[in-house]
Structures are given as structure tokens and as C-alpha cells.
Write a protein of this length. Structure first.
Length: 135
């Protein structure tokens, strides 16, 4: 059985913070200085600007999202609308989902290893000539 080629166009955000892609990776084979075994990434679909947070435990995912949300929403005076992630337990956690609902953030779930999400989260590209601060 083979996969059919992707023929449609993916959705692209039309403004900063409209769509944020996130992925959590780890545990790594070697701990980073400070004992960090995991990292979580947040990438704005519009600007492709990304943040990366080191973590000792997967359970820190919600705290890191709160930290990211506070920083970018304050910086850009906009609200995050959609968070796209895989179906990892850290995103499916009831506390994480309750937080999203409370703050009006839509949760979009992709297949655990959807190629486009994997590539977007792992291969930075420059699609906008301005920094997110200039948008």
C-alpha cells in the first residue's frame, strides 16, 4: 500500500499569532547543561519566527506555553488564535486543554508524525523579509 501524493494547499496564517505550530521533543540521549532532557518549540505560521524552551520534564509543557503566550501577546498586542500540535499527551492533558478553552485558543491536532508539521517544526525557513517585531 502506498500513500497518495498531497495535492491540496495547506492553510497559511494571514497575520501574526493566528496559527502557532508546536512540538515537544525528548528525552534526548544526552542531557543539556542544567539537566534538560526535553525541548518544546513554538513557531508562528505567518512569520516563521520560533521560540524554543528547554525543559527537565514533559510536564513543564503548559508552563512553557504560558510563558510563550505572555511574551508574544504582550510584544505584538495580539492574541494567539490557534495552536497546532500532534496528539502528544502533553497537549491532550486536561489542564492544558482547559487553559486553551479559558483563553479562547482553538486546538488543532495533526497526526503524530504529519510530514508538513514535522518539517515546519524542524526546518526553519525565511518566508517573510521582516522580523515579527516589524510586522
Amino acid at each position: 500500500m502506498t500513500k497518495r501524493p498531497f495535492t491540496g494547499k495547506g492553510y497559511r496564517a494571514k497575520e501574526p499569532l493566528e496559527l502557532i505550530h508546536s512540538d515537544l521533543c525528548g528525552p534526548m540521549n544526552v542531557k543539556a547543561r542544567g539537566g534538560f532532557e526535553y525541548f518544546i518549540s513554538f513557531i508562528d505560521d505567518y512569520s516563521r519566527y520560533g521560540y524554543l524552551y528547554l525543559m527537565e520534564h514533559k510536564s513543564e509543557a503548559l508552563d512553557k506555553f504560558k510563558e510563550y503566550k505572555a511574551e508574544v501577546e504582550n510584544l505584538l498586542s495580539k492574541k494567539i488564535k490557534i495552536l497546532q500540535s500532534d496528539r502528544g499527551g502533553e497537549y491532550m492533558d486536561l489542564r492544558f486543554q482547559d487553559y486553551m478553552i479559558k483563553h479562547g485558543i482553538e486546538s488543532q491536532l495533526s497526526a503524530p508524525v504529519e510530514t508538513t508539521v514535522h518539517i515546519l517544526n524542524n526546518v526553519p525557513s525565511k518566508s517573510v523579509s521582516e522580523t515579527p517585531f516589524e510586522l
